[in-house]
Design a protein around this ligand. Structure first.
Ligand code: ADP
Ligand code: ASP
Ligand code: MG
Length: 439
C-alpha cells in the first residue's frame, strides 16, 4: 500500500486534476490518495469565516459568491459528459447551499471548523466524479470516519490505524482510495482540522497507520530546497534528508512540509518522498532514517516569533528559577521554541501569542520582562552539523552586519538557530545562501 498526497496547486486547475489521475494509476500497489482543497480555497474559507465572526454578512456573502463562480467554472473543464457534469454541479451546489445557510446562523468555533472543511470535501468529491467519468475504479473514503484528534488536539495513531484498517478490510476488492487531507473529528466528535497545511500530516498519519511502503507528498516544487525559494532567487533541491533533518526544517519554517508531519512516518520508518506534480520525472527528495552524509543541508525561517526576556538579579545562583518560568508557559499551554540563559537573565521565544498578556503578567513578579514582537528564527539544519569544519565561523562570517538577538547551538545535533528581527530575514537568507551554500 502506498500513500500519495496532492497539495492545493496540484489539484488547483482542472488540467492538474487530470494529471493527478494519470499519476495515481501508474502503480501496481494499492494506493490511498490524499487531496488538499483547490489552491486558494482554504484561504477564501478562512476569510469568509473571519467576515462572519466580525458580523459582516455582506462581505461573507460576496466572498461565497466569488468562490462559487470559481467552482462552477472549474467543473466545466473538469468533466465533459452530461451525466458527470450534472453530478459535479450537484456537489458544488450542495456545498454552496451549506455556505449560504451559515450566513443565517450564529457564528461559533464549531461552525468555523465546518466552513474550513468544505474545501477538502469538495476537491475529493469532484475528483471522484472525474475518475468515474474516466472509468477508473476507486472508493471515496471519508476522512471524518477515521481521522481524529484527542482532547489535546493530538492525533492518536492507534485509534486512527484501527478505524482505517476496518474500513480498508470492508473494501478489500478496491485498489484505489481517495480521501480528504486536513479534516478530522475532535474529541467531541465535531468536525475539526489538523491546522493549516495539515494535509501532509494526514498523509503521514495514514502512511504510518497502514504501514505504507512510501508516503509521497506531491507538490509544486521538485523537493526540499536548501533555502526558501520564495525569498531567495537561487536554490537547489536536496536529494536525501533524514527524518530528523526534515522535521527540523519543517518545524522551523520550510513550508513544503507541515511542521509535525514527519513524526508518524519516522515512528513507523515509512520513507517520505517530496515530488513535483508538474515535473514527475524529477528526483525530488527522499526522507528516511539515514541522513547519508554529515554537514549543512538547508536553511529555513520561521516568522511571527515573539522574544521574551526575563531579567532578575535574584536568578543569580538560584535553583528552581527556570522551573517557575517554564511553569508559566506550561499553564498557558504556550510552547517555547528557543531558549538562552545568562547568570541574570533568560530569553525564550514563542510563536503563539494567544496568552501573551497573561504570561507576561505572571512573569513580572520574577523580574523585568521585555517583549520583542516581529522576530524570525533562522535555522541552519544538517546532520551532525557541529562536525562540519568551521561551521560557526562560516555562518557568522556570512551574516556579518545582521543584528542577531539570540543564538541556539548544541541543543540539537542537527540545528543552529538564530533569532533576528523580521525585517532582516530576507537579507539573512540571501547572505547565508552566498556565504554558506556558495549560491
Ligand atoms: P502544497 O499546496 O502542495 O501543500 P505548499 O505551498 O504548502 O504546497 O508547499 C510548497 C511550497 O513550499 C513551494 O512552492 C515553496 O514555495 C515553499 N517552500 C518554502 N520553503 C521551501 C523549501 N526549503 N524547499 C521547497 N519549497 C519550499
Ligand atoms: N487546505 C488546507 C490548507 O490550505 C490544508 C492543506 O492544504 O494542507 O491549509
Ligand atoms: Mg502544504
Amino acid at each position: 500500500m502506498k500513500v500519495m498526497k496532492f497539495g492545493g496547486t496540484s489539484v488547483g486547475r482542472p488540467e492538474r486534476m487530470h494529471q493527478v489521475a494519470q499519476l495515481i494509476t501508474q502503480t501496481d500497489e494499492p494506493v490511498i490518495v490524499v487531496l488538499s482543497a483547490l489552491s486558494g480555497t482554504t484561504n477564501a474559507l478562512v476569510s469568509i469565516s473571519d467576515s462572519l465572526a466580525a458580523g459582516d454578512r455582506e462581505a461573507a456573502k460576496q466572498k461565497i459568491d466569488a468562490l462559487h463562480t470559481h467552482y462552477s467554472n472549474f467543473i466545466t473543464i473538469l468533466v465533459e459528459k452530461e451525466e458527470f457534469v450534472n453530478k459535479a454541479i450537484a456537489i458544488v451546489e450542495e456545498h454552496f447551499e451549506f455556505l449560504n445557510i451559515i450566513l443565517r446562523i450564529s457564528f461559533s468555533e464549531a461552525l468555523n471548523k465546518d466552513i474550513l472543511a468544505q474545501g477538502e470535501l469538495m476537491s475529493t468529491k469532484l475528483f471522484s466524479v472525474y475518475l468515474e467519468e474516466k472509468g477508473i475504479d476507486h472508493l471515496l473514503l471519508p476522512a471524518l470516519e477515521f481521522m481524529s484528534i484527542d482532547a489535546n488536539e493530538e492525533p492518536q495513531l492507534n485509534t486512527i490505524s484501527n478505524k482505517l484498517k476496518v474500513l480498508l478490510q470492508q473494501h478489500r476488492n478496491k485498489k484505489l482510495f481517495i480521501t480528504q487531507g486536513y479534516i478530522c473529528r475532535n474529541a467531541r466528535g465535531e468536525v475539526d482540522n489538523l491546522k493549516r497545511g495539515g494535509s501532509d500530516y494526514t498523509a503521514s498519519l495514514i502512511a504510518a497507520a497502514v504501514n505504507a511502503s512510501v508516503c509521497e507528498i506531491w507538490t509544486d516544487i521538485d523537493g526540499m530546497h536548501n533555502n526558501d525559494p520564495r525569498v531567495v532567487d537561487k536554490t537547489m533541491p536536496i536529494e536525501i534528508l533524514s527524518f530528523d533533518e526534515a522535521a527540523e526544517l519543517a518545524y522551523f519554517g520550510a513550508k513544503i512540509l507541515h511542521p509535525t508531519c514527519i513524526w508518524p512516518a519516522q515512528q513507523t520508518n515509512v520513507p517520505v518522498k517530496l515530488l513535483n506534480t508538474m515535473q514527475p520525472q524529477a528526483k525530488g527528495t527522499t526522507i528516511a532514517e539515514d541522513a547519508k552524509s554529515v554537514g549543512i543541508k538547508a536553511v529555513a525561517a520561521k516568522d511571527g516569533i515573539i522574544a521574551i526576556n526575563i531579567k532578575s538579579s535574584r536568578m543569580l545562583l538560584a535553583y528552581g528559577f527556570l522551573r517557575k518560568v517554564f511553569e508559566v508557559f506550561e499553564k498557558y499551554r504556550t510552547p517555547i521554541d528557543m531558549i538562552t540563559t545568562s547568570e541574570v537573565a533568560v530569553s525564550v521565544t514563542i510563536d503563539n501569542a494567544a496568552h501573551l498578556d497573561e504570561v507576561k503578567k505572571e512573569l513580572e513578579p520574577f523580574g523585568t520582562v521585555e517583549v520583542d514582537l516581529d522576530q524570525t528564527i533562522v535555522s541552519i539544519v544538517g546532520n551532525e552539523i557541529a562536525e562540519t569544519p568551521e561551521v560557526l565561523k562560516k555562518l557568522f562570517d556570512a551574516i556579518s552586519g545582521i543584528p542577531v538577538r539570540m543564538v541556539s547551538y548544541g541543543g540539537s545535533k542537527h540545528n543552529i538557530s538564530l533569532l533576528v528581527p523580521a525585517a532582516f530575514k530576507k537579507q539573512m537568507l540571501q547572505q547565508i545562501n552566498k556565504g554558506v551554500f556558495g549560491l
